[in-house]
Design a protein around this ligand. Structure first.
Ligand code: ATP
Ligand code: MG
Ligand code: ZN
Length: 158
């Protein structure tokens, strides 16, 4: 038997769809939440690799492959908030037709709610929650209204 270590876990190839690769290790299920997939609204397959060896600098990563779906810009921007190094590859007829990196902007508007219940953005006023990105690895957001650091980004995504 060969002693060669498995370099990278291979998930089954897809004909059409999206690959979200280089997800920060441990965030795959939070990305699944962002995708809002549930068993009543899908009719194709999803493969999830968790804690798989990466051949890039990140060493360990998570990866998701979704058949027959492309992601809208808002979904991709939310993914950047929990997995700032993720890459999005659009697969068409088995080939990578488009590939780009998610982008965590310096300013985040309308993607997450403030974790301070007394913040003006949580008091029924017509004020969109807004944050300044003060850290990137891992992402850290500071509310522009109450100055508080957003605790638990995954649970506060809109
Ligand atoms: N037909 C396919 N079905 C499923 N996944 C695919 C398919 N083609 C490419 N991929 C995946 O899409 C991603 C981007 O493909 P690419 O060929 O750019 O990989 P790569 O060279 O390993 O890139 P990176 O340096 O970002 O890791 C990879 O995760 C790859 O495994
Ligand atoms: Mg790779
Ligand atoms: Zn606030």
């Amino acid at each position: 038997m060969s002693e060669t270590p498995i370099k990278e876990v291979k998930l089954p190839p897809i004909r059409n769809g999206t690959v979200i690769d280089h997800i920060t290790c441990g965030q795959a299920l939070n990305v699944m939440k962002i995708l809002k997939v549930n068993y009543s609204n899908i009719d194709s397959s999803i493969s999830i690799g968790m804690h798989v060896v990466s051949t890039k600098g990140d060493r360990w990563k998570d990866i998701i492959k979704i058949e027959d779906r492309e992601l809208d810009a808002k979904t991709v921007d939310k993914i950047a908030l929990i997995a700032p190094d993720a890459t999005i590859s659009i697969i068409r007829d088995y080939y990578v037709a488009e590939k780009y990196q998610v982008c965590l902007e310096d300013h985040v508007v309308g993607l997450a709610r403030c974790s301070n219940p007394n913040c003006i953005t949580n008091r029924g006023e017509p004020v969109a929650p807004e944050f300044t990105v003060v850290g990137r690895h891992p992402p850290q957001l500071r509310c522009c209204y109450c100055d508080r650091l957003l605790t638990n980004i995954p649970d506060n995504l809109l």
